[in-house]
Write a protein that binds this ligand. Sequence first.
Ligand code: ZN
Length: 327
Amino acid sequence: MKRTKIFIVIALTMLSALALSGCKKTVAASAATNISSESSKSSAKKSDSSEKKSASDSAKSSTAKSSAAKSSVAKSAASSAVKAESKKAASSDNSKNQSNISVDAQNAKQQPVQSDANTIYLTFDDGPSSTVTPEILDILEKNDVKATFFIVDYSQDKIPLLKRMIADGDTIGIHTINHDYSVCYANDTAYLDGVNSLSSKLEKDTGYKAFCIRFPGGSSNTVSKKYNPGVMARLVAKVNKEGLTYYDWNVSSGDAAKKNVAKESITGNVKTKLNKNHENIVLMHDTDAKKTTAAALQSIIDYGKSNGYTFSPISPSTAPIHHKVNN
Ligand SMILES: [Zn+2]
Protein backbone atom coordinates (compact mmCIF):
# COMPACT_ATOMS: atom_id res chain seq x y z
CA MET A 1 0.00 0.00 0.00
CA LYS A 2 2.77 2.39 1.08
CA ARG A 3 4.77 1.52 -2.04
CA THR A 4 1.80 2.27 -4.28
CA LYS A 5 1.40 5.66 -2.58
CA ILE A 6 5.10 6.50 -3.04
CA PHE A 7 4.88 5.44 -6.69
CA ILE A 8 1.85 7.68 -7.26
CA VAL A 9 3.62 10.65 -5.59
CA ILE A 10 6.72 10.14 -7.75
CA ALA A 11 4.60 9.78 -10.89
CA LEU A 12 2.65 12.95 -10.09
CA THR A 13 5.86 14.91 -9.39
CA MET A 14 7.33 13.80 -12.72
CA LEU A 15 4.13 14.66 -14.56
CA SER A 16 3.95 18.18 -13.10
CA ALA A 17 7.65 18.76 -13.85
CA LEU A 18 7.02 17.76 -17.46
CA ALA A 19 3.98 20.02 -17.69
CA LEU A 20 5.94 22.97 -16.28
CA SER A 21 8.76 22.57 -18.73
CA GLY A 22 6.18 22.41 -21.55
CA CYS A 23 4.67 25.68 -20.33
CA LYS A 24 8.05 27.36 -20.22
CA LYS A 25 8.71 26.23 -23.76
CA THR A 26 5.44 27.75 -24.95
CA VAL A 27 6.17 31.08 -23.23
CA ALA A 28 9.69 31.11 -24.61
CA ALA A 29 8.40 30.35 -28.10
CA SER A 30 5.87 33.14 -27.98
CA ALA A 31 8.49 35.58 -26.65
CA ALA A 32 10.79 34.60 -29.49
CA THR A 33 8.01 35.27 -31.98
CA ASN A 34 7.46 38.75 -30.53
CA ILE A 35 11.14 39.55 -30.54
CA SER A 36 11.49 38.31 -34.08
CA SER A 37 8.52 40.38 -35.25
CA GLU A 38 9.81 43.52 -33.49
CA SER A 39 13.32 43.13 -34.82
CA SER A 40 11.93 42.42 -38.27
CA LYS A 41 10.18 45.74 -38.03
CA SER A 42 13.41 47.34 -36.96
CA SER A 43 15.36 45.79 -39.78
CA ALA A 44 12.78 46.69 -42.38
CA LYS A 45 12.80 50.23 -41.08
CA LYS A 46 16.53 50.37 -41.58
CA SER A 47 16.04 49.44 -45.22
CA ASP A 48 14.50 52.86 -45.80
CA SER A 49 16.50 55.76 -44.50
CA SER A 50 13.62 58.22 -44.54
CA GLU A 51 11.54 55.76 -42.55
CA LYS A 52 14.30 55.33 -40.02
CA LYS A 53 14.52 59.08 -39.72
CA SER A 54 10.80 59.32 -39.21
CA ALA A 55 10.84 56.69 -36.49
CA SER A 56 13.65 58.32 -34.60
CA ASP A 57 11.96 61.69 -34.87
CA SER A 58 8.77 60.18 -33.64
CA ALA A 59 10.57 58.94 -30.58
CA LYS A 60 12.11 62.35 -30.08
CA SER A 61 8.78 64.10 -30.30
CA SER A 62 7.39 61.65 -27.79
CA THR A 63 9.95 62.78 -25.25
CA ALA A 64 9.07 66.36 -26.01
CA LYS A 65 5.39 65.65 -25.57
CA SER A 66 5.91 64.00 -22.20
CA SER A 67 7.22 67.29 -20.91
CA ALA A 68 3.66 68.60 -21.23
CA ALA A 69 1.87 70.52 -23.91
CA LYS A 70 2.10 74.16 -23.01
CA SER A 71 1.02 75.83 -26.22
CA SER A 72 -2.53 76.80 -26.98
CA VAL A 73 -2.37 74.40 -29.92
CA ALA A 74 -2.68 70.69 -29.25
CA LYS A 75 -3.74 70.74 -25.61
CA SER A 76 -6.85 68.68 -26.32
CA ALA A 77 -5.04 66.20 -28.50
CA ALA A 78 -1.87 66.05 -26.49
CA SER A 79 -2.75 63.24 -24.12
CA SER A 80 -3.87 60.83 -26.83
CA ALA A 81 -0.88 61.87 -28.90
CA VAL A 82 1.41 61.16 -25.98
CA LYS A 83 -0.09 57.70 -25.54
CA ALA A 84 0.15 56.85 -29.21
CA GLU A 85 3.64 58.23 -29.60
CA SER A 86 4.83 56.58 -26.39
CA LYS A 87 3.62 53.25 -27.73
CA LYS A 88 5.60 53.81 -30.92
CA ALA A 89 8.67 54.89 -28.99
CA ALA A 90 8.41 51.90 -26.68
CA SER A 91 8.08 49.54 -29.62
CA SER A 92 11.00 51.21 -31.34
CA ASP A 93 13.17 50.99 -28.22
CA ASN A 94 12.19 47.36 -27.75
CA SER A 95 13.19 46.53 -31.30
CA LYS A 96 16.54 48.21 -30.79
CA ASN A 97 17.24 46.15 -27.69
CA GLN A 98 16.26 42.89 -29.28
CA SER A 99 17.60 43.36 -32.78
CA ASN A 100 20.60 41.05 -32.21
CA ILE A 101 18.28 38.14 -31.32
CA SER A 102 16.49 38.14 -34.67
CA VAL A 103 16.69 34.88 -36.60
CA ASP A 104 15.38 35.78 -40.01
CA ALA A 105 15.21 39.55 -40.07
CA GLN A 106 16.49 39.50 -43.64
CA ASN A 107 13.28 37.85 -44.80
CA ALA A 108 11.19 40.60 -43.27
CA LYS A 109 12.43 43.37 -45.51
CA GLN A 110 9.47 42.96 -47.82
CA GLN A 111 6.93 43.18 -45.00
CA PRO A 112 4.93 46.32 -44.27
CA VAL A 113 6.63 48.01 -41.34
CA GLN A 114 4.03 50.33 -39.88
CA SER A 115 0.44 50.02 -38.80
CA ASP A 116 -0.26 52.82 -41.23
CA ALA A 117 1.61 51.25 -44.13
CA ASN A 118 -0.50 51.48 -47.28
CA THR A 119 -2.07 54.65 -45.90
CA ILE A 120 -2.26 57.86 -47.88
CA TYR A 121 -2.61 61.10 -45.95
CA LEU A 122 -3.67 63.79 -48.41
CA THR A 123 -2.68 67.23 -47.13
CA PHE A 124 -3.62 70.60 -48.57
CA ASP A 125 -1.62 73.72 -47.70
CA ASP A 126 -2.19 77.46 -48.06
CA GLY A 127 -6.01 77.47 -48.02
CA PRO A 128 -8.83 77.86 -47.51
CA SER A 129 -9.69 79.22 -50.95
CA SER A 130 -13.22 80.16 -51.90
CA THR A 131 -12.84 78.58 -55.34
CA VAL A 132 -10.57 75.52 -55.00
CA THR A 133 -11.32 74.35 -51.44
CA PRO A 134 -15.06 73.71 -52.08
CA GLU A 135 -14.15 71.64 -55.16
CA ILE A 136 -11.69 69.59 -53.13
CA LEU A 137 -14.20 69.11 -50.32
CA ASP A 138 -16.83 67.93 -52.82
CA ILE A 139 -14.47 65.34 -54.33
CA LEU A 140 -13.35 64.11 -50.91
CA GLU A 141 -16.94 63.79 -49.72
CA LYS A 142 -18.09 62.01 -52.89
CA ASN A 143 -15.33 59.43 -52.44
CA ASP A 144 -15.70 59.17 -48.67
CA VAL A 145 -12.06 60.20 -48.27
CA LYS A 146 -10.86 62.33 -45.33
CA ALA A 147 -7.85 64.62 -45.59
CA THR A 148 -5.93 67.28 -43.68
CA PHE A 149 -5.81 71.03 -44.35
CA PHE A 150 -2.86 73.14 -43.16
CA ILE A 151 -4.43 76.56 -43.17
CA VAL A 152 -3.17 80.13 -43.42
CA ASP A 153 -4.96 83.20 -42.07
CA TYR A 154 -8.48 83.53 -43.43
CA SER A 155 -11.30 86.05 -43.78
CA GLN A 156 -14.67 85.60 -42.07
CA ASP A 157 -16.37 84.38 -45.25
CA LYS A 158 -14.18 81.23 -45.13
CA ILE A 159 -15.54 80.09 -41.76
CA PRO A 160 -18.27 77.91 -43.37
CA LEU A 161 -15.52 76.09 -45.33
CA LEU A 162 -13.62 75.40 -42.12
CA LYS A 163 -16.80 74.19 -40.43
CA ARG A 164 -17.48 71.91 -43.37
CA MET A 165 -14.00 70.37 -43.09
CA ILE A 166 -14.67 69.58 -39.45
CA ALA A 167 -18.18 68.23 -40.14
CA ASP A 168 -16.83 66.05 -42.96
CA GLY A 169 -14.25 64.44 -40.66
CA ASP A 170 -11.22 66.16 -42.14
CA THR A 171 -8.55 67.49 -39.78
CA ILE A 172 -7.02 70.97 -39.68
CA GLY A 173 -3.45 71.93 -38.90
CA ILE A 174 -1.91 75.39 -38.70
CA HIS A 175 0.42 76.31 -41.58
CA THR A 176 1.19 79.95 -40.85
CA ILE A 177 -0.55 83.23 -40.18
CA ASN A 178 1.71 84.90 -42.74
CA HIS A 179 3.34 82.94 -45.56
CA ASP A 180 5.89 85.65 -46.31
CA TYR A 181 9.22 84.06 -45.30
CA SER A 182 10.70 87.45 -44.48
CA VAL A 183 7.93 87.87 -41.90
CA CYS A 184 7.32 84.41 -40.43
CA TYR A 185 11.03 83.58 -40.14
CA ALA A 186 12.15 87.15 -39.35
CA ASN A 187 13.08 86.19 -35.78
CA ASP A 188 12.77 83.21 -33.43
CA THR A 189 9.33 84.06 -32.06
CA ALA A 190 7.36 85.36 -35.06
CA TYR A 191 6.39 81.99 -36.50
CA LEU A 192 5.07 80.34 -33.32
CA ASP A 193 3.37 83.54 -32.14
CA GLY A 194 1.50 83.49 -35.45
CA VAL A 195 0.66 79.80 -35.08
CA ASN A 196 -0.81 80.35 -31.63
CA SER A 197 -2.73 83.37 -32.75
CA LEU A 198 -4.26 81.59 -35.77
CA SER A 199 -5.00 78.52 -33.69
CA SER A 200 -6.91 80.63 -31.15
CA LYS A 201 -8.82 82.32 -33.96
CA LEU A 202 -9.78 78.95 -35.45
CA GLU A 203 -10.93 77.67 -32.08
CA LYS A 204 -13.00 80.80 -31.43
CA ASP A 205 -14.63 80.61 -34.87
CA THR A 206 -15.26 76.87 -35.04
CA GLY A 207 -14.56 75.29 -31.65
CA TYR A 208 -11.83 73.19 -33.27
CA LYS A 209 -8.45 72.84 -31.56
CA ALA A 210 -5.65 72.24 -34.05
CA PHE A 211 -3.14 69.59 -32.93
CA CYS A 212 -0.46 69.87 -35.58
CA ILE A 213 1.47 72.36 -37.69
CA ARG A 214 3.43 72.48 -40.93
CA PHE A 215 6.27 74.94 -41.45
CA PRO A 216 6.10 77.09 -44.59
CA GLY A 217 8.53 75.46 -47.01
CA GLY A 218 8.76 72.45 -44.69
CA SER A 219 11.32 72.05 -41.90
CA SER A 220 13.99 71.53 -44.59
CA ASN A 221 13.54 74.94 -46.22
CA THR A 222 16.67 76.99 -46.84
CA VAL A 223 14.95 80.27 -47.73
CA SER A 224 14.68 81.10 -44.03
CA LYS A 225 18.48 81.22 -43.86
CA LYS A 226 18.34 84.51 -45.72
CA TYR A 227 16.32 86.12 -42.92
CA ASN A 228 17.49 84.28 -39.81
CA PRO A 229 20.36 81.76 -39.92
CA GLY A 230 19.65 78.70 -37.77
CA VAL A 231 16.00 79.57 -37.18
CA MET A 232 14.65 76.20 -38.37
CA ALA A 233 16.84 74.20 -35.99
CA ARG A 234 15.76 76.41 -33.10
CA LEU A 235 12.08 76.28 -34.11
CA VAL A 236 12.08 72.49 -34.42
CA ALA A 237 13.60 72.19 -30.93
CA LYS A 238 11.07 74.64 -29.51
CA VAL A 239 8.13 72.95 -31.19
CA ASN A 240 9.13 69.57 -29.78
CA LYS A 241 9.63 71.08 -26.34
CA GLU A 242 6.19 72.67 -26.39
CA GLY A 243 4.52 69.38 -27.31
CA LEU A 244 3.50 70.43 -30.79
CA THR A 245 3.72 68.01 -33.69
CA TYR A 246 4.92 69.18 -37.08
CA TYR A 247 4.38 67.22 -40.25
CA ASP A 248 6.50 67.48 -43.37
CA TRP A 249 5.73 65.16 -46.30
CA ASN A 250 7.29 62.28 -48.21
CA VAL A 251 5.23 62.52 -51.39
CA SER A 252 5.25 65.85 -53.22
CA SER A 253 2.54 66.25 -55.84
CA GLY A 254 4.56 69.04 -57.45
CA ASP A 255 1.39 71.14 -57.79
CA ALA A 256 3.25 74.20 -56.52
CA ALA A 257 6.10 73.98 -59.02
CA LYS A 258 4.37 76.68 -61.08
CA LYS A 259 0.89 78.06 -61.64
CA ASN A 260 -1.58 75.39 -62.75
CA VAL A 261 0.71 72.42 -63.29
CA ALA A 262 -0.89 69.90 -65.71
CA LYS A 263 -3.16 67.53 -63.79
CA GLU A 264 -1.50 64.51 -65.44
CA SER A 265 1.81 65.70 -64.07
CA ILE A 266 0.42 66.06 -60.53
CA THR A 267 -1.14 62.58 -60.66
CA GLY A 268 2.04 61.11 -62.14
CA ASN A 269 4.21 62.61 -59.39
CA VAL A 270 2.02 61.13 -56.69
CA LYS A 271 1.78 57.69 -58.33
CA THR A 272 5.54 57.33 -58.71
CA LYS A 273 6.32 58.41 -55.15
CA LEU A 274 3.70 56.36 -53.28
CA ASN A 275 5.20 53.48 -51.30
CA LYS A 276 3.16 50.64 -49.88
CA ASN A 277 5.63 49.79 -47.13
CA HIS A 278 5.02 52.90 -45.08
CA GLU A 279 2.72 55.84 -44.59
CA ASN A 280 2.49 58.39 -47.39
CA ILE A 281 1.99 62.04 -46.53
CA VAL A 282 1.13 63.80 -49.78
CA LEU A 283 1.77 67.52 -50.20
CA MET A 284 -0.87 69.38 -52.21
CA HIS A 285 -2.33 72.89 -52.16
CA ASP A 286 -5.80 74.43 -52.11
CA THR A 287 -5.30 77.99 -53.27
CA ASP A 288 -7.03 80.04 -55.96
CA ALA A 289 -3.83 79.92 -57.99
CA LYS A 290 -3.69 76.11 -58.20
CA LYS A 291 -6.86 74.96 -59.89
CA THR A 292 -5.39 71.80 -61.41
CA THR A 293 -4.88 70.25 -57.96
CA ALA A 294 -8.62 69.68 -57.65
CA ALA A 295 -8.68 68.38 -61.24
CA ALA A 296 -6.03 65.76 -60.40
CA LEU A 297 -7.59 64.68 -57.12
CA GLN A 298 -10.14 62.19 -58.46
CA SER A 299 -7.56 60.22 -60.41
CA ILE A 300 -5.22 60.16 -57.39
CA ILE A 301 -8.03 58.76 -55.23
CA ASP A 302 -8.97 56.23 -57.94
CA TYR A 303 -5.35 55.10 -58.26
CA GLY A 304 -4.94 54.78 -54.49
CA LYS A 305 -8.13 52.81 -53.99
CA SER A 306 -7.52 50.43 -56.88
CA ASN A 307 -3.96 49.76 -55.68
CA GLY A 308 -4.79 48.75 -52.12
CA TYR A 309 -4.16 52.04 -50.32
CA THR A 310 -6.48 53.51 -47.73
CA PHE A 311 -6.95 57.22 -47.13
CA SER A 312 -6.91 58.80 -43.67
CA PRO A 313 -6.71 62.29 -42.22
CA ILE A 314 -3.66 63.03 -40.06
CA SER A 315 -4.61 62.34 -36.45
CA PRO A 316 -2.66 62.73 -33.19
CA SER A 317 -1.53 59.10 -33.57
CA THR A 318 -0.11 59.58 -37.07
CA ALA A 319 3.68 59.17 -37.02
CA PRO A 320 5.25 62.43 -38.15
CA ILE A 321 7.37 62.62 -41.29
CA HIS A 322 10.28 64.98 -40.65
CA HIS A 323 12.70 66.35 -43.20
CA LYS A 324 16.34 67.01 -42.48
CA VAL A 325 16.72 70.53 -41.13
CA ASN A 326 19.00 72.58 -43.38
CA ASN A 327 19.04 75.87 -41.55
ZN1 ZN B 1 2.64 76.90 -47.90
